[in-house]
Ligand binder design. Structure first.
Ligand SMILES: N[C@@H](CCC(=O)N[C@@H](CS)C(=O)NCC(=O)O)C(=O)O
Length: 206
Protein backbone atom coordinates (compact mmCIF):
# COMPACT_ATOMS: atom_id res chain seq x y z
CA UNK A 1 0.00 0.00 0.00
CA UNK A 2 1.30 3.45 -0.95
CA UNK A 3 0.48 6.62 0.99
CA UNK A 4 1.15 10.11 -0.34
CA UNK A 5 0.48 13.04 1.96
CA UNK A 6 0.04 16.50 0.46
CA UNK A 7 1.32 18.75 3.21
CA UNK A 8 0.72 22.50 3.50
CA UNK A 9 2.70 24.66 5.94
CA UNK A 10 0.79 25.91 9.02
CA UNK A 11 -2.06 23.50 8.43
CA UNK A 12 -4.01 20.58 9.81
CA UNK A 13 -1.65 18.34 7.83
CA UNK A 14 0.40 18.34 11.05
CA UNK A 15 -2.19 15.98 12.57
CA UNK A 16 -1.34 13.42 9.93
CA UNK A 17 2.46 13.73 9.87
CA UNK A 18 2.55 13.43 13.65
CA UNK A 19 0.46 10.25 13.54
CA UNK A 20 2.37 8.69 10.63
CA UNK A 21 5.68 9.45 12.33
CA UNK A 22 4.36 8.13 15.63
CA UNK A 23 3.46 4.73 14.24
CA UNK A 24 6.36 4.61 11.77
CA UNK A 25 4.17 3.98 8.74
CA UNK A 26 6.04 4.77 5.51
CA UNK A 27 4.61 7.60 3.38
CA UNK A 28 5.69 10.06 0.76
CA UNK A 29 5.41 13.70 1.78
CA UNK A 30 4.59 16.21 -0.95
CA UNK A 31 5.24 19.73 0.40
CA UNK A 32 3.10 22.71 -0.66
CA UNK A 33 3.68 26.32 0.36
CA UNK A 34 0.87 28.75 1.18
CA UNK A 35 0.51 31.79 -1.05
CA UNK A 36 0.89 35.27 0.43
CA UNK A 37 -2.89 35.52 0.93
CA UNK A 38 -2.60 32.30 2.99
CA UNK A 39 -4.47 30.24 0.41
CA UNK A 40 -3.11 26.90 -0.69
CA UNK A 41 -1.30 26.94 -4.05
CA UNK A 42 -3.44 26.35 -7.15
CA UNK A 43 -1.53 23.10 -7.78
CA UNK A 44 -3.54 21.40 -5.03
CA UNK A 45 -6.68 21.81 -7.17
CA UNK A 46 -5.11 19.48 -9.72
CA UNK A 47 -5.20 16.78 -7.05
CA UNK A 48 -8.62 17.54 -5.54
CA UNK A 49 -11.24 20.14 -6.57
CA UNK A 50 -11.32 21.68 -3.06
CA UNK A 51 -7.63 22.54 -3.32
CA UNK A 52 -7.26 22.25 0.46
CA UNK A 53 -4.75 20.44 2.61
CA UNK A 54 -4.08 17.93 3.83
CA UNK A 55 -4.88 15.51 1.03
CA UNK A 56 -4.04 11.86 1.46
CA UNK A 57 -3.59 9.57 -1.52
CA UNK A 58 -4.19 5.94 -0.56
CA UNK A 59 -3.03 3.81 -3.49
CA UNK A 60 -4.03 6.70 -5.77
CA UNK A 61 -7.43 7.35 -4.16
CA UNK A 62 -7.51 10.91 -2.80
CA UNK A 63 -9.24 11.72 0.47
CA UNK A 64 -9.77 15.03 2.29
CA UNK A 65 -10.43 15.78 5.99
CA UNK A 66 -7.54 15.47 8.38
CA UNK A 67 -9.58 13.79 11.12
CA UNK A 68 -10.92 11.20 8.67
CA UNK A 69 -7.29 10.51 7.77
CA UNK A 70 -6.46 10.03 11.46
CA UNK A 71 -9.39 7.61 11.80
CA UNK A 72 -8.50 5.70 8.65
CA UNK A 73 -4.83 5.33 9.59
CA UNK A 74 -5.70 4.17 13.10
CA UNK A 75 -8.38 1.74 11.94
CA UNK A 76 -6.05 0.16 9.40
CA UNK A 77 -2.59 0.51 10.92
CA UNK A 78 -2.71 1.43 14.61
CA UNK A 79 -5.83 0.06 16.33
CA UNK A 80 -4.03 0.36 19.68
CA UNK A 81 -4.57 4.14 19.44
CA UNK A 82 -8.38 3.83 19.68
CA UNK A 83 -10.57 2.38 22.46
CA UNK A 84 -12.57 -0.72 21.58
CA UNK A 85 -15.88 0.17 19.94
CA UNK A 86 -17.77 -1.69 22.69
CA UNK A 87 -15.92 0.06 25.52
CA UNK A 88 -17.48 2.88 27.60
CA UNK A 89 -14.71 5.23 26.40
CA UNK A 90 -15.55 4.87 22.72
CA UNK A 91 -18.32 7.48 22.68
CA UNK A 92 -16.00 10.01 24.39
CA UNK A 93 -13.32 9.19 21.86
CA UNK A 94 -15.65 9.87 18.91
CA UNK A 95 -16.79 13.06 20.58
CA UNK A 96 -13.20 14.39 20.87
CA UNK A 97 -12.41 13.48 17.26
CA UNK A 98 -15.42 15.44 16.00
CA UNK A 99 -14.99 18.26 18.51
CA UNK A 100 -11.42 18.88 17.33
CA UNK A 101 -12.47 19.85 13.82
CA UNK A 102 -15.87 21.39 14.58
CA UNK A 103 -16.55 23.15 17.90
CA UNK A 104 -12.85 23.72 18.53
CA UNK A 105 -12.01 25.12 15.08
CA UNK A 106 -15.03 27.28 14.19
CA UNK A 107 -14.34 30.26 16.50
CA UNK A 108 -10.62 30.13 15.69
CA UNK A 109 -11.22 30.35 11.94
CA UNK A 110 -13.73 33.14 12.51
CA UNK A 111 -11.22 35.12 14.54
CA UNK A 112 -8.36 34.45 12.14
CA UNK A 113 -10.38 35.69 9.14
CA UNK A 114 -11.92 38.68 10.94
CA UNK A 115 -8.58 39.84 12.34
CA UNK A 116 -7.08 39.92 8.83
CA UNK A 117 -9.71 42.39 7.54
CA UNK A 118 -8.35 45.91 6.89
CA UNK A 119 -10.99 47.14 9.39
CA UNK A 120 -11.57 44.15 11.68
CA UNK A 121 -15.30 43.75 12.52
CA UNK A 122 -15.36 44.27 16.28
CA UNK A 123 -18.64 42.41 16.90
CA UNK A 124 -17.35 39.33 15.13
CA UNK A 125 -14.05 39.48 16.98
CA UNK A 126 -15.80 39.84 20.34
CA UNK A 127 -18.08 36.90 19.53
CA UNK A 128 -15.13 34.75 18.43
CA UNK A 129 -13.17 35.63 21.58
CA UNK A 130 -16.02 34.74 23.90
CA UNK A 131 -16.55 31.42 22.09
CA UNK A 132 -12.83 30.65 22.20
CA UNK A 133 -12.72 31.39 25.92
CA UNK A 134 -15.72 29.11 26.56
CA UNK A 135 -14.54 26.23 24.37
CA UNK A 136 -10.90 26.22 25.50
CA UNK A 137 -11.74 26.76 29.15
CA UNK A 138 -13.73 23.53 28.77
CA UNK A 139 -10.77 21.72 27.19
CA UNK A 140 -8.47 23.16 29.84
CA UNK A 141 -10.67 21.79 32.64
CA UNK A 142 -10.88 18.41 30.90
CA UNK A 143 -7.08 18.22 30.89
CA UNK A 144 -6.73 19.18 34.57
CA UNK A 145 -6.33 15.62 35.83
CA UNK A 146 -5.38 13.80 32.67
CA UNK A 147 -2.11 13.35 30.86
CA UNK A 148 -3.83 12.97 27.48
CA UNK A 149 -7.35 13.91 26.48
CA UNK A 150 -8.71 10.37 27.02
CA UNK A 151 -6.65 9.70 30.16
CA UNK A 152 -3.25 8.04 30.61
CA UNK A 153 -3.00 6.74 27.06
CA UNK A 154 -2.28 8.70 23.91
CA UNK A 155 -5.12 8.09 21.41
CA UNK A 156 -6.30 9.31 18.03
CA UNK A 157 -8.20 12.04 19.88
CA UNK A 158 -4.88 13.67 20.79
CA UNK A 159 -3.72 13.56 17.17
CA UNK A 160 -6.90 15.43 16.22
CA UNK A 161 -7.03 17.87 19.15
CA UNK A 162 -3.42 19.05 19.45
CA UNK A 163 -3.47 21.03 16.19
CA UNK A 164 -6.58 22.90 17.36
CA UNK A 165 -4.76 23.86 20.56
CA UNK A 166 -1.70 25.06 18.65
CA UNK A 167 -3.91 27.16 16.38
CA UNK A 168 -5.77 28.53 19.42
CA UNK A 169 -2.50 29.69 20.93
CA UNK A 170 -1.67 31.49 17.68
CA UNK A 171 -4.86 33.57 17.65
CA UNK A 172 -5.86 33.94 21.32
CA UNK A 173 -4.01 35.23 24.37
CA UNK A 174 -5.98 33.41 27.12
CA UNK A 175 -4.32 31.66 30.04
CA UNK A 176 -4.90 27.89 29.99
CA UNK A 177 -2.35 26.23 32.25
CA UNK A 178 -3.48 22.61 31.71
CA UNK A 179 -3.42 23.05 27.94
CA UNK A 180 0.12 24.44 28.25
CA UNK A 181 1.19 21.45 30.34
CA UNK A 182 -0.42 19.05 27.84
CA UNK A 183 1.39 20.66 24.90
CA UNK A 184 4.66 20.65 26.84
CA UNK A 185 4.23 16.89 27.42
CA UNK A 186 3.53 16.30 23.71
CA UNK A 187 6.65 18.28 22.92
CA UNK A 188 8.69 15.54 24.63
CA UNK A 189 7.53 12.90 22.14
CA UNK A 190 10.05 12.14 19.36
CA UNK A 191 7.17 11.82 16.84
CA UNK A 192 5.87 15.27 17.78
CA UNK A 193 9.38 16.72 17.43
CA UNK A 194 9.72 15.08 14.01
CA UNK A 195 6.38 16.56 12.91
CA UNK A 196 7.57 20.02 14.02
CA UNK A 197 10.82 19.50 12.09
CA UNK A 198 8.84 18.63 8.96
CA UNK A 199 6.76 21.77 9.46
CA UNK A 200 9.89 23.93 9.68
CA UNK A 201 11.40 22.30 6.60
CA UNK A 202 8.27 22.90 4.53
CA UNK A 203 7.94 26.46 5.86
CA UNK A 204 11.53 27.21 4.91
CA UNK A 205 11.10 25.52 1.53
CA UNK A 206 13.81 22.91 2.23
N1 LIG B 1 -11.78 20.14 7.54
C1 LIG B 1 -10.65 20.10 6.67
C2 LIG B 1 -10.15 21.52 6.50
C3 LIG B 1 -9.16 21.67 5.37
C4 LIG B 1 -8.64 23.10 5.32
O1 LIG B 1 -9.40 24.07 5.43
N2 LIG B 1 -7.33 23.22 5.14
C5 LIG B 1 -6.70 24.51 5.15
C6 LIG B 1 -5.36 24.42 5.87
S1 LIG B 1 -5.51 23.95 7.55
C7 LIG B 1 -6.39 24.98 3.74
O2 LIG B 1 -6.08 24.17 2.88
N3 LIG B 1 -6.40 26.29 3.56
C8 LIG B 1 -5.98 26.91 2.35
C9 LIG B 1 -7.08 27.15 1.38
O3 LIG B 1 -8.25 26.84 1.66
O4 LIG B 1 -6.75 27.67 0.30
C10 LIG B 1 -9.58 19.18 7.27
O5 LIG B 1 -9.64 18.89 8.47
O6 LIG B 1 -8.70 18.69 6.54
Amino acid sequence: MKLKLHYLDRSRAMRVTWLLEHIGLPYELIPHKRQENMHAPEALKDIHPLGKAPLLEIDGKVITESVAMVEWIIANHAPQLAPATDSPEYADYLQWLQFSESTAMIPLVLKFIAAREPTPPQNTLAYADSEIEKVYDYVNRQLANKRYIMGDKLTGADFALAFSLIFMKMVYQGKFTHIDRYLADLNQLPSWQKAQQIEQQVLQGK
